[in-house]
Design a protein around this ligand. Structure first.
Ligand code: ZN
Length: 137
């Protein structure tokens, strides 16, 4: 039923095929989408955290990595070597830490997201600015 998963967060275009294509053309990685939790109480916390009133979040929906704090996303495997040092290997696909809740909503008025972090602004480049740069050529 849910073909072509998009990010559930309002204003976010992650998962949109056109957006994915645009990212690819720019050589940018598409944000990973994390499936909403199956655990009903955690799902409810996600639902509460995401400022969206027209639709109820279900465990079939997905939220992209742009809405999670860096420390909530595991991007590396950590392997403890026999001599005690920890070797970090990048994951092919980021993993969301268990129990994490989306907290960052960049396309909403700033009072919605108090947790400003130094992370690349995800969906800031609008269609409008693209058109402007195209017309210059
Ligand atoms: Zn998103």
């Amino acid at each position: 039923m849910s073909r072509g998963r998009n990010c559930f967060v309002p204003g976010c275009t992650s998962g949109n095929p056109n957006k994915n294509k645009a990212n690819k053309e720019r050589g940018e990685r598409n944000p990973s989408l994390f499936k909403a939790p199956n655990d009903p109480s955690l799902l409810q916390q996600w639902q509460k955290a995401i400022p969206r009133s027209d639709k109820t979040l279900s465990s079939k929906d997905a939220v992209c990595e742009l809405h999670f704090l860096d420390e909530d996303i595991l991007t590396h495997y950590e392997i403890k070597l026999t001599d005690g040092t920890i070797s970090r290997i990048e994951r092919g696909r980021p993993l969301l830490k268990e129990g994490s809740i989306p907290r960052i909503f960049p396309n909403l008025p700033s009072y919605f997201s108090s947790n400003k972090r130094k992370r690349k602004p995800p969906c800031v480049r609008s269609e409008a600015t693209e058109k402007v740069s195209n017309s210059k050529i």
